[in-house]
Design a protein. Structure first.
Length: 308
């Protein structure tokens, strides 16, 4: 018998398996070569050698002419290969303990700017407080369709968001609950009394949308009550809302713990109708469950959640 079944791993070159893992992730030789910091012809040579070892084409040109399509053999290899490489890297590089004063770790957290303000801002301040320029933290958007795969490859350490939206197969831990309130600028001409439902709907509202959508889940709740509100503006970022509130007579219905960051120039009032509380959680990939650095950063978020 030939092929990979007789392949002596002691004689193998690890870079071939790393190349295969990257090719299966990108499905594009050019992009994979860029990630690996090698030339496209070099990577094409790796693929030729891999095809010989596995006695399978592994990746074939797409019928659309864009990118490549994995064979059944490649699909069967994908998960186990990625897992094996992660475990190998951990065995070689992972310390037994994590020391934030000396570590060169970069933590990557996927979330939106509202949850960043509620939870991650305090943790980022803690990370920076050690005065270690090699200890870093990055925040990336959480709406990536490849989130789980990127977490499996250790490109992202944590997801922060609604506990009901944690993707499978991530592990999750509840952090805190938050309620919606009404925010308006200090000195708003309507005064500081709690509005009734009619007044609330008559006010000019600003909402958050990355697609210029003037309807949100709040409007669905109002629709069930038989009323509508006047939404006059949208912005793509939750934290931009506070800037608009400070310069206009618009109001907003957003999480209380977010708006409390801007209590110096906005008043927070109860809403005249009920909105269910939402529960925030952090989630991580099972492959990172025992990572000392991952445990450390998760404990920092747990501390913030417990303080509320």
């Amino acid at each position: 018998m030939g092929g990979i079944g007789m392949f002596d791993m002691k004689r193998s070159e690890l870079y071939l398996l790393i190349s295969l893992d990257t090719l299966l992730d990108e499905l594009n030789v050019t992009r994979a070569a860029q990630r690996l910091h090698i030339s496209q012809p070099t990577l094409s040579g790796h693929l030729s050698r891999l095809r010989e070892l596995f006695q399978d084409p592994l990746l074939v040109p797409s019928e659309t002419g864009r990118g490549m399509v994995p064979t059944e053999r490649a699909l069967a290899l994908r998960s186990s290969l990625a897992d094996a490489l992660v475990r190998l890297r951990d065995a070689v590089t992972q310390p037994h303990e994590f020391d934030p004063k000396t570590s060169a770790r970069t933590f990557v957290v996927a979330t939106n700017d509202s949850v960043f303000t509620i939870l991650a801002l305090d943790v980022m301040a803690q990370v920076m407080s050690y005065g270690n320029p090699e200890l870093r933290m990055a925040v990336v958007p959480a709406d990536d369709a490849g989130l789980v795969e990127r977490m499996a490859r250790r490109e992202i350490d944590l997801f922060l968001g609604d506990i009901d939206k944690v993707p499978e197969p991530l592990k999750a831990r509840f952090l805190l609950s938050d309620d919606f309130v009404l925010a308006q600028r200090r000195g708003h001409p309507r005064g500081t009394g709690t509005p009734d439902l009619a007044e609330y709907c008559a006010l000019h509202h600003i909402v958050v949308s990355s697609r210029a959508d003037f309807s949100t889940p709040v409007d669905m709740i109002l629709e069930k009550l038989g009323v509508t509100r006047k939404v006059v503006a949208t912005v793509p970022s939750y934290n931009q809302v506070a800037l608009v509130l400070s310069q206009t007579d618009a109001v907003a219905s957003l999480p209380q713990k977010l708006l409390q960051r801007y209590a110096a120039f906005v008043d927070l009032l109860p809403l005249p109708f009920d909105i269910p509380s939402f529960r925030l959680a952090m989630a991580w990939h099972p492959r990172a469950h025992s990572d000392p650095a991952g445990i450390w950063i998760r404990n920092r978020f747990q501390d913030v959640g417990e303080r509320g």
